[in-house]
Design a protein around this ligand. Structure first.
Ligand code: ADP
Ligand code: MG
Ligand code: MG
Length: 892
């Protein structure tokens, strides 16, 4: 079979659709070649070959080696040059690239094919001695590091030594004699670490490099990146072998990266950075601070205009914002990469909304692309600008606005220290000269990241944007003294642990503690900012309009207070899927009344305590129903074990005893009588209502009276009474009878009716598998997947951490793909949900089905709910927009 795909001179074996086997980079190199863009030719070795290599201890599949050589020959013929030749040498890059982009995770080797002969030929051919030696030393460094594991910093040290000895600051100041010296040192270094001479045979170099790329698929960084980004099911990386072009041939050459739109705000403008006389990673490595793309006009107008036209060709072709790499060799432009650009969630919204408006994409396309996992960042905090104004705080310095969001915390200078302090509960700002992939762990736990070097496309910037972590990069005035643990910036010294605030939207840095406040969207929703002042809000609103047009499933919220309800409705909730009444019992006098109710000796005492609670509950429901303005509300009757309400400290027991006119001993004794060994499986849920029907009757009365009161004010109300923890239809029917009795009583008293439903939570496996019996009387099911998961898997939510971690993360013990309390266990718990839904519908075709609990806000679970035809999902207020997006995506 075929493992190698050629691209060059306007034709390619592959296409953009073949990402799975060519990787994103290879597929797009092929595509760009086919649409006539200037791409240096080359070939791509497929991910299938990598999969074989990984599974067979580094062996190639049959025929691969021969195919590589055939394609190399084809490339040599096309270029009229030969790899490593001492007259007309061909140089290539060997680049990794998986189906999903993993920036900085796998390593690229440039200038392969150089050796003492070909370097001389390169000098003769180009007449540029400095360039040839510079290319050679770069090759040695990359090959030594990537292929043979010679420590990168050893090379850097040797280079720095030569610079110091020659009194030079920048790499570009080194002349060919200096570089010659660098190479001699590199050769010694290589030999010292590997015990071998640096390889001169070009085929040997090539296959070693291919092996290194294949192997890098399973290096620690790559594995960690895939884990953190939930990238699964890929075959491996492809290898791209591509003819070199040189950005380091002098002042008319250069290299750069660009985005077709702003990756931070999404604004429709060409956005890029470049460096002249530089190669490959120089721009993103943060070694020199790059120039913005506009300034290229003055350097080479033709190339600039060509880039601008390629920008629009690419957007029209790919229908999305692109992130490109280019190189200019002696005034001629080459495209080296394109891919869909990574961007902030703000940029996602704006680019997609504007592209729909430009007619470039459909609403469905826009909705399907925006990452639901990042949607929550729209609601991320920002620095409190009012405080900055009022206190006239001045920024101590300024960097690039690399990743949006405000952050404030204590500064630490190493990722490790940052992790330690974050573990102690500190808000941490990580400040580094530049970051490298080893810092990822430290960045993940930081509130914000600052770097002194590097542009918008530096490692720190790219990674921080991906994590939604605010970041200011390239703050060049900051000098860090890492060993002595302080930094100096514009005359200010800050020690480890001092406060720093950063604004990732603007790049401002403040040497003070500035409070962080709600996002623009939240402010507009709360009426603290005008809609017309916030582009972010306008984009959000338009986008959510698309979402609503597409989704079919309802998105409800879990809310227990009028406030939560208000926010959730503002965020688009279509009802309350779970109102937990017990939360209303804490606070104020209420807890006293409920304690009296629990400790009552007889029904008279109990009813007296319940009578105290009735008006308070009724008032709560009135508030909630009013906020809902006619949207349905599922109210769950009292669920938790009663002892959760009892005091366990002496002072409260004493107070309770006083109020009830009993002794403290009696309180203590009654409390301990309520103690249970396994309360989650104890006296709770509908069992309470069955043993003490007066509790149910009070709660139903509060709900229905509230509904009637609100209806009298002209607001529609649709209460749905939910019986928790049912396992047997007889339990449900008992509770329903009690409820209906009360409801009819109230209707008579008030001479007014409201529409209502009585249904149940399905959270006990027995209920799920007898759902047909329950559905005879239950008008709705709400799947309580937290309890259902506990009882189906037999995992106590409070005790599972010790084994569930390994069950999800340990590659040898990965028995569950995801934490079953976060994403529904589709094959087990999900199957039960599906069965129960089918049983329910078999008896009552129009039964209303929904899911509440943590899973209701999880996009993967939402997709599952859509697939089994549930009517709605319910989640916490701030997850409502995420759930709406996920519900729409589940349709597409
Ligand atoms: P990454 O996936 O980390 O971006 P790349 O394979 O894209 O790695 O390459 C790293 C750098 O080397 C990029 O700046 C790229 O543009 C440059 N590069 C890769 N191949 C070539 C080539 N054939 N000629 C010139 N520069 C190249
Ligand atoms: Mg690249
Ligand atoms: Mg429950």
């Amino acid at each position: 079979s075929n493992y190698v795909y050629f691209f060059g001179s306007g034709k390619a074996d592959g296409t953009a659709q073949m990402k799975d086997i060519l990787g994103g980079k290879g597929a797009n190199l092929a595509e760009m070649t086919s649409i006539g863009l200037p791409v240096p030719p080359g070939f791509t070795i497929s991910t299938e070959a990598c999969a074989y290599y990984s599974a067979n201890k580094g062996a190639y599949p049959d025929g691969m080696r021969e195919q590589v050589l055939e394609n190399l020959y084809r490339l040599e013929k096309l270029m009229g040059a030969k790899l490593g030749d001492h007259e007309n040498p061909l140089l290539v890059s060997v680049r990794s690239g998986a189906a999903q982009s993993m920036p900085g995770m796998m390593d690229t080797i440039l200038n392969l094919g150089l050796n003492p002969d070909s370097v001389k030929a390169l000098i003769a051919k180009t007449g540029n001695e400095r360039f040839a030696w510079d290319s050679y030393r770069r090759f040695m460094q990359m090959f030594g590091d990537v292929v043979m594991g010679v420590p990168h910093h050893e090379f850097e040290r040797a280079l720095q030594d030569v610079k110091d000895e020659q009194g030079k600051v920048f790499d570009t100041e080194l002349n060919s004699k200096d570089l010659h010296e660098v190479i001699a040192r590199y050769q010694r270094l290589y030999k010292r670490f590997t015990g071998e001479d640096f390889p001169t045979d070009p085929h040997d170099q090539l296959f070693k490099a291919i092996d290194a790329v294949f192997s890098s698929w399973n290096n620690e960084r790559a594995i960690k990146y895939r884990q953190m980004n939930d990238i699964r099911g890929l075959l491996g990386t492809a290898v791209n072998v591509q003819c070199m072009v040189f950005g380091n041939m002098g002042d008319t050459s250069g290299t750069g990266v660009a985005f077709t739109r702003d990756p931070s705000s999404g604004e429709n403008r060409f956005y890029g950075e470049y460096l002249m006389n530089a190669q490959g990673e120089d721009v993103v490595a943060g070694i020199r601070t790059p120039q913005s793309i506009e300034t290229l006009k003055a350097v080479n107008l033709d190339v600039y205009e060509q880039l601008v036209s390629i920008r629009s060709i690419l957007e029209k072709h790919y229908h999305d914002m692109q992130d490109v790499e280019f190189t200019i060799q002696e005034g001629k432009l080459y495209m080296l990469q394109t891919r869909n650009g990574k961007r902030t969630i703000f940029s996602w919204l704006r680019t997609q909304v504007e592209m729909v408006e430009e007619g470039l994409i459909t609403k469905e396309m826009a909705v399907s692309r925006v990452p639901s996992g990042e949607f929550g960042k729209l609601f991320a905090p920002i620095l409190d600008n009012k405080i900055i104004k009022d206190q006239d705080l001045k920024e101590v310095t300024h960097g690039l606005n690399a990743s949006p969001g405000g952050a404030c915390g204590e500064i630490y200078f190493t990722a490790q220290k940052a992790e330690e302090m974050a573990a102690l509960g500190k808000d941490v700002i990580l400040v580094r000269t530049e970051t490298s992939p080893e810092d990822i762990g430290g960045m993940a736990i930081s509130k914000g990241v600052v770097t002194c070097r590097g542009g918008m496309t530096s490692h720190a910037a790219v990674v921080a944007r991906g994590m939604g972590c605010p970041c200011v990069s390239g703050a060049g005035d900051i000098r860090i003294n890492e060993p002595k643990k302080y930094l100096q910036v514009n005359g200010v010294t800050l020690n480890e642990g001092d406060y720093l605030s950063i604004d990732g939207f603007t790049g401002a840095i403040y040497a003070s503690k500035i409070p962080v406040r709600s996002s623009e969207i939240v402010q507009v929703l709360n009426g603290n900012m005008k809609e017309s002042e916030s582009i972010v809000f306008q984009n959000y609103k338009t986008f959510m309009g698309y979402v609503n047009d597409i989704k079919t499933m309802g998105v409800y919220t879990n809310a227990d207070t009028p406030n939560d309800t208000h926010m959730a409705v503002a965020l688009g909730a279509e009802g309350i899927g779970l109102c937990r009444t017990e939360h209303m019992f804490f606070g104020g006098n209420r807890i006293m009344s409920i304690r009296k109710m629990i400790l009552a000796n007889n029904i008279v005492e109990r009813e007296k305590a319940l009578a105290e609670l009735l008006p308070m509950q009724r008032e709560d429901f009135e508030g909630i129903f009013t906020e809902l303005q006619g949207l349905p509300a599922t109210v769950r009757l009292l669920d938790p074990p009663l002892h959760e309400f009892l005091p366990n400290d002496h002072t409260s027991r004493h107070e309770l005893a006083l109020q009830m006119g009993i002794s403290v001993e009696e309180v203590a004794q009654k409390s301990s009588a309520l103690h249970e060994f396994n309360p989650m499986l104890g006296f709770r849920g509908c069992r309470l209502a069955i043993i003490y029907p007066e509790i149910l009757r009070m709660q139903v009365r509060a709900i229905i009276e509230a509904a009637i009161n609100v209806k009298r004010k002209g607001i529609e109300v649709f209460p749905e009474i939910m019986i928790p923890l049912v396992g047997n239809y007889k339990e449900f029917e008992f509770c329903k009878r009690q409820a209906i009795e009360v409801i009819n009583e109230i209707f008579d008293e008030q001479n007014l009716h409201v529409e209502y439903k009585v249904g149940t939570m399905i959270e006990v496996p027995r209920a799920a598998i007898t759902a047909d019996e329950i559905a005879r009387e239950a008008e709705f099911f709400s799947f309580g997947t937290n309890d259902l998961t506990q009882m189906t898997c037999g995992f106590s939510r409070d005790d599972a951490a010790s084994f569930l971690g390994p069950y999800v993360n340990d590659p040898d013990k990965q028995f569950y793909d995801y934490d079953p309390f976060a994403t529904i266990d589709i094959d087990g718990v999900g199957k039960i949900v599906k069965i129960a839904a089918e049983l329910g519908r078999s008896v009552r075709p129009d039964i209303k089905l929904g899911i509440c609990g943590e899973h209701g806000g999880d996009p993967k679970t939402i997709a599952f709910c859509q697939s089994i035809g549930l009517n709605y999902v319910s989640c916490s207020p701030f997850r409502v927009p995420i759930a709406r997006l996920a519900a729409a995506q589940a349709v597409i």
